[in-house]
Design a protein around this ligand. Sequence first.
Ligand SMILES: [Zn+2]
Length: 330
Amino acid sequence: MKFFIRSFLLIQFLFTFSFLKGQSSLIDSLFHTDSLRHIVEVLASDSLKGRFTGTTESLKAADFIADEFKKAGLSPVAGNNGYFQEIKSSWFNVIGEIRGKSKPEQVIIFSAHYDHIGSINTNPHPEFGGQAEAERGDTIYNGANDDASGVSAVISLAKYFKALNNNERTLVFVAFTGEELGLLGSKYFVADCEPDSIIAVINIEMIGRGQFSNSNPFVTGYEKSDLIDILNRNYRSVSREKSKKGFLKVDINTSELLFSRSDNYSFAVKGFPAHTIMVTSASDKYYHNLNDETKTLDFNLMKKVIRAIAIGTSGLITGKDTPRRIKSAF
Ligand SMILES: [Zn+2]
């Protein structure tokens, strides 16, 4: 019996180790700075004029994301028009999924918003920065960090999880519209969801520019559920990181109220464990600024953050981990 238990543990260890090793090399082969850069360059190009919700350029951005979802091998979600969920005329969330093998009714969401604040011509915001650039003729709020960086993460994670092909739960990948106008895309999305269907929401915002000395990603509303402890625990098991605190840090910018300022909030008010993973806060000098351009992003940093999310969510994907629901009143 002892021998049997020992052999069993050894086999289990070897299995886990080879699985994690395989997972790790798949990550390295799928997450390239070049492909992240390509996605950001397209979305943040001047030709998309700052992706203001409802514009022709915003529809072009949605088409591009839908194409990427198709290339990743995602399926459209029933009830939508292909990858598009229409909110009203010319307003679309872009959504694709990988159905879960044994627990398809349990959903993990990976999201980011693809809309931004347009240009000085279409959407004048005298309070926003970049006056000198405006005088030099730059009028477009490109939104490379906010939030083309997050969309590039969602697309890359879709490709990764499709290739990994071990999700027991259903994985839903969403690029929201209308975030900058008051989280409107995510509010519409969540109104349509079954009350107990969503196990966790990983929203990704502004991961392309280090703002503080260590550039570690932080998580908004860290203390409101145990989702982040779960992600850090999974991350530590693969990376052998020594730090007890893990790779994902507590949000120290609490006065900025970031937890309630991105699409995670639409889910959190319904009790779903929903947080935003960020690197840059709203006090960044390029936030909602004409200078939020592709050339200001650090693609190695983005790759590192996306890799951590891929590893950190492994227990959510396989159905091993279930985070606590958020119950505090807002
Ligand atoms: Zn944003």
